[in-house]
Write a protein that binds this ligand. Structure first.
Ligand code: UDP
Ligand code: MG
Length: 194
């Protein structure tokens, strides 16, 4: 595969759509010379979201670990909020909240293409926890959320955008959300492809 052909998958989450940030978010990928090659607004079912996010224990536990890292940093007791300190069980609860949230309002699905598309988009989006995201990133410029308050409110962390973390994840997600009826386009972008 040509380096310029690398593709990644983005979902503008319900908070991104409801905050009126669709244009702002897509602009940031385009201004970094990434090419939008597919895009659509839609409302996902809970089942579709369940098939989008990994189900493996390792990934579910990582959700628990991400919550735990913040609790450890601020001296909060995970058992108090979840009734358990088993990170697998914490992760399962968080994953459920995430599916509820992602199916609560319309989303925008986008495929962008370009050199190091996967890593570049992650860099533009910023880290998972908005309270840790640097200014200049999407999550750092437009959100401020933490598992400390999200968990108390029994909801997922609001961080505006989903973006694939690896080329393998991108491949799976593009196949899951785009098929024959939602094509991926090919065109030459001025200044990038010619
Ligand atoms: N999430 C959460 N609480 C956590 C960890 C994750 O609500 O403690 C949510 C958050 O919305 C995140 C999503 O789960 O975007 C998927 O988690 P992942 O670790 O894949 O983060 P991302 O790739 O989105 O940065
Ligand atoms: Mg992820």
């Amino acid at each position: 595969m040509q380096p310029k052909e690398e593709k990644t998958f983005i979902l503008i989450k319900p908070d991104g759509v409801r905050k009126g940030l669709i244009g702002e978010i897509i602009k940031r990928f385009e201004q970094r010379d990434l090419k939008v090659v597919a895009m659509e607004m839609f409302h996902a079912s809970r089942k579709e979201m369940d098939n989008h996010y990994p189900k493996e224990d390792k990934w579910v536990r990582r959700l628990g670990e991400k919550t735990m890292a913040t609790y450890a940093k601020y001296g909060h007791d995970v058992k108090k909020d979840f009734g358990t300190s088993d990170l697998m069980r914490v992760g399962k609860t968080v994953r459920g909240w995430l599916l509820d949230f992602m199916s609560s309002a319309p989303l925008v699905k986008v495929v962008v293409q370009g050199v190091h598309a996967v890593d570049m988009v992650r860099k533009i989006v910023g880290p998972t926890m908005p309270y840790l995201a640097e200014m200049g990133t999407i999550r750092g410029d437009f959100s401020n959320d933490s598992p400390l308050n999200a968990n108390v409110e029994r909801r997922s962390v609001f961080n505006l955008v989903h973006a694939s973390e690896t080329p393998e994840e991108a491949k799976h997600e593009i196949a899951h959300w785009f098929g024959k009826k939602s094509p991926i386009y090919k065109y030459k972008r001025f200044g990038v492809d010619e």
